[in-house]
Write a protein that binds this ligand. Structure first.
Ligand code: ASP
Length: 332
């Protein structure tokens, strides 16, 4: 009897920086170059963790840190404002090996909301914490705290003013932090409402993980929480199926439990990852009137993305596959 060959071990990583109205004629060449460079750097950082045998969770966290710190994207520094002129951040992470998960919503002082979500997962008996309680837990755990003005950028303030004017809502007093020069050097593109970031990864052990971090949507009101911190909606990971991170109109992603729905099609119907992703994004999400996209990876190394907007900032790499990034619909 011949011995069965061990399955080839492979690592893989995919990142997104939000989906939305992103068209070639809207981005100046230097803006496009800035996004492509940022995405490459993020993929490389996550890939380096995986290539040296690090865990999918560590790769997700390392990559998301760079995205959260980068004012081009709607997470951490550069996040969008609420209607009250505040920045309230949401994030979640899930470990496909153990189904452990952590999430935070409406946090205001932690430099990396994704790390706070991971700390909820690893250092508390809970899965989700919100608002002041989550901020207090973060400080008690010694995570890096910043003044809320750290997250504020002038271009997001302009987006808020435009949004509030269009909706006939009052414009709140400017918060501190806006006097600093535009940290994105005028290179950021207003992609409409979505600029959430997310990462999915497969490590050499065969474990998958997913993470998502966002400021939510411009002008959100009344403590609104989107899909990003909701396990099963904006983030999901299971070694039995796949890891998924989403971006888009959160209210639709929550109602369709987009991330878990894709995983369920893979796990229970045996669909390929791409077919499952397209079924949920191109068919179900589109039919309900939502917009956005997802990235996904399966333990067997399948990679997929799907979006129904004109663009999605994205990048990928895998063992033996170079880094590639894309913005527009017609790119591979
Ligand atoms: N999905 C996020 C939310 O609804 C927004 C985004 O993806 O940009 O909060």
């Amino acid at each position: 009897m011949t011995k069965q060959a061990e399955p080839a071990r492979k690592w893989a990583i995919l990142v997104h920086g939000g989906a939305g109205t992103i068209e070639r004629n809207q981005l100046r060449p230097e803006q496009e170059a800035a996004y492509r460079a940022a995405l490459s750097k993020v993929v490389e950082a996550g890939a380096a963790v995986l290539d040296r045998g690090g865990s999918a969770l560590d790769a997700v966290e390392a990559a998301i840190h760079l995205l959260e710190d980068d004012p081009l994207f709607n997470s951490g520094r550069g996040a969008v404002f609420t209607a009250e002129g505040r920045i309230e951040l949401d994030a979640s992470i899930m470990d496909g090996a153990s189904l452990a998960a952590g999430a935070v919503a409406g946090v205001t002082r932690t430099r990396s909301p994704l790390t706070l979500a991971r700390t909820v997962m690893e250092k508390s008996p809970h899965v989700m914490m919100v608002g002041a309680g989550a901020d207090a837990f973060s400080a008690s755990q010694g995570l890096e705290q910043v003044d809320p003005g750290y997250f504020a950028t002038q271009r997001r303030w302009r987006s808020l003013e435009n949004f509030l004017k269009a909706h006939d809502l009052p414009i709140p007093a400017k918060p501190p932090g806006l006097e600093q020069p535009d940290p994105a050097n005028g290179l950021a593109h207003d992609e409409g409402k979505h600029g959430t970031v997310g990462v999915v990864a497969l490590d050499l052990k065969g474990d998958v993980a997913a993470g998502t971090s966002t400021g939510g949507t411009t002008g959100k009101q009344w403590g609104r929480v989107g899909d990003s911190p909701i396990i099963g909606a904006g983030t999901y990971a299971s070694n039995a199926s796949c890891a998924v991170s989403a971006t888009g109109s959160g209210e639709y992603f929550i109602r369709l439990t987009v991330a878990r729905d894709i995983a369920a099609l893979v796990e229970l119907k045996g669909m390929s990852l791409q077919a499952a992703a397209d079924e949920v994004i191109q068919n179900k999400l589109t039919a309900l009137g939502g917009d956005g996209g997802i990235i996904a990876v399966a333990p067997d190394g399948q990679l997929a993305w799907s979006f129904n907007t004109s663009g999605m900032y994205r990048g990928r790499a895998a063992l033996g596959e170079p880094v590639s990034v894309g913005i527009y619909k017609d790119e591979p």
